[in-house]
Design a binder for this molecule. Structure first.
Ligand code: ZN
Length: 423
């Protein structure tokens, strides 16, 4: 009895502290849930899609041990919405600020954020890299150079509907190929940013992407460390808040290693926080604590985002090798011991894929995609554990750059492949 009463005491105590400290902290919320709810209220079809999404993408304990993945790069285009200031002043933020934010995303998603040392012992084994990274594009799909930043002037943005119904349709780049980030002075007080879950009605629409309030973009002071973007990109790649769609123990995020909690934490919680019978992961990027007090994605969240990138958002990463300069980002295979290797590359047609233990005794699907994301070749093969390298002949294809995708039940990898076939 006493045991179950204690967490409640802790909770009340912390709520009091939070109220007392609110003014000094970055008090604000993300608008993602409210937007989704209003869409679902207007359109029952979207509610159905959301229920289906929740059912389809869950991360259960058995998903953890077998999942392997290489680093996936997401091409980013940033739309700076300003009110006419010179570049680098006011809402017309500098290129340095944009690059700073991309670096923060790469540190947080790559588990290279220096404050990860503050993760409590209780959760340290649940934290890890997502193996997802971001690059500001250096080229448009037609090959023309581009610095990845669009600067567009809009005077007097009255509300979020204006961003959704006017600015986004006029400025969005193909959302299948790019992560669109709009940096805009959000007129509604208390909204730090928002994005949408990857459900069918959102994908390939101008709504798809991430909106961040100008003042919360990049590292801007003691409570603003650029983590509004980390949080919103988390939603964009399929994550929900740890408490699920309603602030109660009756809903959760469908991920086994993020303990269910009764609602968000604000400020900077001191010591363990309890609700729904467990210690809460209040330092998770998907909670509402201040930027300096969030340090981690869980491994399960990484798996869920990779499920989305292998499925709903697959075309997003397939073109990155062409429109990004990958030398500008740190493309390291973090924590991966067995990434299959393709050789020779470039090739005149015959390729060998080094057998990898992650494929042993599994059916592997090898797919070749061109840079528009179109699949041009597919072969399925059962890989035995004593198998030598896998050989595939691609000499009938035209010369060019392709993406080879390799998928088994437990793993998926994508590799850039250059064919010089004489065709
Ligand atoms: Zn959120």
């Amino acid at each position: 009895m006493l045991k179950s009463f204690l967490p409640l005491l802790f909770m009340c105590f912390n709520l009091l502290i939070v109220n007392a400290q609110q003014d000094e902290h970055l008090k604000g919320e993300c608008f993602t849930d409210q937007l989704l709810k209003s869409l679902m209220d207007k359109n029952p079809e979207i509610r159905k899609e959301y229920q289906e999404y929740k059912k389809q993408y869950q991360v259960k304990p058995e998903n953890y041990s077998s999942f392997r993945r290489d680093v996936i790069t997401i091409p980013v285009v940033v739309h700076v919405i300003h009110s006419g200031e010179a570049v680098g002043s006011g809402s017309n933020i500098s290129m340095t600020k944009v690059l700073e934010q991309i670096e923060i995303l790469n540190d947080d998603f790559g588990f290279r954020n220096t404050d990860r040392q503050h993760i409590p012992d209780h959760f340290i084994n649940d934290a890890g890299p997502t193996n997802i990274q971001f690059c500001l594009i250096t080229k448009m799909p037609n090959g023309d150079p581009h610095n990845g930043v669009n600067r567009i002037k809009y005077n007097n943005i009255p509300d979020v509907s204006y961003i959704e119904d006017v600015i986004k349709p006029a400025t969005s780049w193909n959302p299948i190929k790019f992560l669109n980030i709009w940096v805009v002075q959000i007129p509604t007080p208390g909204i730090l940013g928002y994005s949408y879950l990857p459900i069918p009605s959102i994908l390939n629409s101008s709504k798809d992407g991430v909106v961040i309030d100008t003042d919360k973009f990049g590292n801007n002071g003691s409570y603003i460390k650029g983590r509004t973007a980390t949080h919103e990109v988390g939603h964009y790649l399929g994550l929900q808040h740890p408490w699920g769609e309603i602030e109660s123990c009756s809903s959760d995020d469908g991920i086994a290693d993020t303990p269910n909690c009764a609602g968000p934490y604000f400020g900077c919680p001191n010591g363990p926080q309890y609700s729904c019978g467990t210690i809460d992961m209040s330092m998770n990027f998907m909670d509402y604590v201040d930027d300096p007090c969030m340090y981690m994605f869980s491994k399960g969240q990484g798996i869920k985002m990779n499920q989305i990138l292998a499925d709903e958002r697959f075309p997003l990463s397939s073109g990155a090798g062409y429109i990004c300069d990958l030398n500008l980002t740190s493309n390291q295979n973090i924590g991966l011991e067995a990434v299959p290797e393709i050789y020779p590359n470039p090739t005149t047609g015959q390729i060998n894929i080094k057998n990898s233990e992650v494929f042993e005794n599994q059916v592997v699907v090898f797919e070749l995609h061109d840079l528009s994301g179109k699949k041009v070749f597919e072969i399925k093969q059962l890989i035995k554990d004593d198998e030598e390298d896998i050989n595939i002949n691609l000499s009938s294809f035209n010369s060019g750059t392709y993406i080879m995708r390799m998928t088994s039940e437990d793993a998926h990898f994508t590799k850039k492949l250059i064919l010089i076939t004489g065709n």
